[in-house]
Design a protein around this ligand. Sequence first.
Ligand SMILES: [Zn+2]
Length: 84
Amino acid sequence: MGSVLNVVLAVVAAYLIFKVGFAVLGSFARPAPEPPPPGEMRRVSLTYRCPLCGMELRVRSAMSEDPVAPRHCMDEMELVVPAE
Ligand SMILES: [Zn+2]
């Protein structure tokens, strides 16, 4: 008798794990927000450098003239002040 109950419990547990797993996958698969229309983007010319690996990145278009710095090597990149 006890073994039948164990099987039922195992099936219920497997079903719950299956359901939770798909719920987690579904939250990851949520579509990214739509980018704004190109007319709302600011034309900028900002250069960022990664302080850890030295990679430089040119930002040509952003939502504002002072956008949030991109991240690289798990750290925020430094804004390179243009020599003018
Ligand atoms: Zn880096």
